[in-house]
Ligand binder design. Structure first.
Ligand code: NAD
Length: 352
C-alpha cells in the first residue's frame, strides 16, 4: 500500500517527535512542516526537511493527505477546522482543544467536510498503562475499587506557553488529559457519578502546576489522578486495589508488582511493633495467605496509532481514538476545573 503523506504543523518538541517517528513508519511519510517561528523553519531546512512558506501553501499541496497539529493548545481548533475545510484528514495533539465547545466545532467540521479527525492520545500505548488496564479488566484482583494514577516531577511547569492560560497552559491540560484518558479506557462502560478536584499553585499562579482529581464511578470505583511538579520523591506511578488483590508499578518502566490473596483468614498474625505501639490490623501479610509475583510490562508499539489512522481513512478499521471518548475526557477535565473553582464535588452528567 502507498504511504500516506503527512504535513506537521508546529515543529517544536512534539512536532519534531512526530517527524522523527515517520522515518520508521511503513504507513506514513513526511510531506513537510509549517511553523510560525522562522527559527523552526530554518532548523527543519537544515535537516533537509521541506518547510512550507505558509499554512495556505501547506494546505494547497494536493499530495498532503493528513495534517498533524502540534502547536500550543489555543490554536488547535482553528488550524484543525481550516485543514479539514481544505480536504485534509486531521490528527490533533492532546489536549484536543481548550474546552468542549471548541471540540464540538471540530467534530462538526469533520462531519461537514467528511474528513477523519482524531487525537494523538499516545499514552494509551504506554506499557505500564496496558499492564494495569489488563489486570483490572481480567478480574485477577477481584472487584477493583480504587485506581491511583500518579505522575510527578520536581521541575515546576516548563517555562514556555505551558505557564500561560491564554495558550492552554497548566498541568490538567498537559498531563491530566493523558491520565484521565487512560482511566476512561479502563472504565469505558461505567458511568461517572461525581468528581472532586483540587489544583496546585505551588510554583505558578497563572495556571495549575498540579492536580489531584478524584473520579467517582457509579459502580463504586474511585479513580484518583494526580499530577505534581514539585515532588522530589514520587508516589507509585500506578497503585490499584481490588477486593482480593493489589497491583503497583513504582516508576517509569518498572515491573508491575501483583499481590493476590489466597486465603482471607490469617490466624498467626504477628503484630508490628513500632516505637510507640503495636498493631495487628496493619501488619503485612506473608506468602501463607498472599501470592506475590511480578508481571513484566508488555511490548507495545505506538506506531499502531498511525497504522490505525491510515486504515480508518481507507475504511478498513474503526478509528481507535474516538470523538465521544475525547469529548468525555474533555468534560471530565471541565468538571474537575469547576470542582476546584467552587471547592466542592461536582455531579457528572455522563455521556456514555
Ligand atoms: N502526546 C504527547 O505525548 C505530547 C507531548 C508533548 C506535547 N504534546 C502536545 O503537542 C503540542 C505542542 O507541544 P510542544 O511541547 O511541542 O510545544 P513547543 O512549544 O515545543 O512547540 C510548538 C510549536 O508550535 C509553533 N506554533 C505556535 N503557533 C503556531 C501556529 N499558529 N502555526 C504554526 N506553528 C505554530 C511554535 O513556534 C512551536 O515551534 C501541545 O498541544 C502539547 O500538549 C503532546
Amino acid at each position: 500500500m502507498e504511504k500516506m503523506r503527512v504535513a506537521v504543523i508546529g515543529y517544536g518538541g512534539m512536532g519534531g517527535s512526530h517527524v522523527d517517528s515517520f522515518a520508521n513508519s511503513e504507513v506514513v511519510e513526511l510531506a513537510g512542516i509549517w511553523d510560525i517561528d522562522e527559527e523552526k523553519i530554518e532548523a527543519a531546512k537544515s535537516k533537509g526537511i521541506h518547510a512550507y512558506s505558509s499554512l495556505e501553501d501547506l494546505l494547497s499541496d494536493k499530495s498532503v493527505d493528513i495534517v498533524t497539529i502540534a502547536t500550543p493548545n489555543d490554536v488547535h481548533k482553528d488550524i484543525a477546522i481550516t485543514s479539514m475545510a481544505a480536504g485534509k484528514h486531521v490528527i490533533c495533539e492532546k489536549p484536543v482543544a481548550m474546552n468542549s465547545s471548541e471540540l464540538s466545532e471540530m467534530i462538526d467540521a469533520s462531519h461537514k467536510y467528511d474528513r477523519l479527525f482524531t487525537v494523538h492520545q499516545n499514552r494509551r500505548w504506554d506499557s505500564d498503562f496496558i499492564a494495569i488496564r489488563d489486570l483490572c479488566l481480567e478480574g485477577k484482583l477481584g472487584k477493583v475499587f480504587e485506581i491511583n494514577s500518579y505522575v510527578q516531577g520536581s521541575r515546576g511547569v516548563p517555562g514556555d506557553w505551558r505557564k500561560e492560560k491564554e495558550h492552554g497552559g497548566g498541568m490538567m491540560l498537559d498531563w491530566g488529559v493523558h491520565l484521565i484518558d487512560q482511566i476512561l479506557q479502563i472504565k469505558k462502560d461505567v458511568k461517572i457519578d461525581k468528581i472532586f478536584s483540587v489544583s496546585d499553585h505551588i510554583t505558578c499562579d497563572e495556571v495549575d502546576d498540579g492536580i489531584k482529581t478524584d473520579i467517582f464511578f457509579e459502580d463504586g470505583t474511585l479513580a484518583r489522578v494526580v499530577v505534581g511538579t514539585s515532588n522530589f520523591l514520587s508516589m507509585p506511578r500506578f497503585y490499584v486495589c481490588g477486593m482480593s488483590g493489589a497491583a503497583r508499578i513504582t516508576t517509569w518502566g518498572a515491573v508491575c508488582q501483583v499481590a493476590v490473596c489466597t486465603s482471607w483468614e490469617d490466624e498467626a498474625v504477628k503484630p508490628v511493633k513500632t516505637a510507640a505501639g503495636i498493631t495487628k490490623t496493619m501488619a503485612p501479610r506473608d506468602a501463607k495467605t498472599v501470592e506475590y509475583y511480578d508481571v513484566k510490562l508488555p511490548d507495545s508499539d505506538v506506531h499502531d496509532f498511525y497504522r490505525n489512522v491510515v486504515k480508518a481513512i481507507h475504511g478498513e478499521e474503526e478509528q481507535l481514538v474516538k470523538h465521544d471518548e475525547v469529548m468525555r475526557v474533555m468534560l471530565v477535565m471541565e468538571a474537575a476545573i469547576e470542582s476546584d473553582r467552587i471547592g466542592n464535588c461536582v455531579k457528572f452528567n455522563d455521556i456514555i
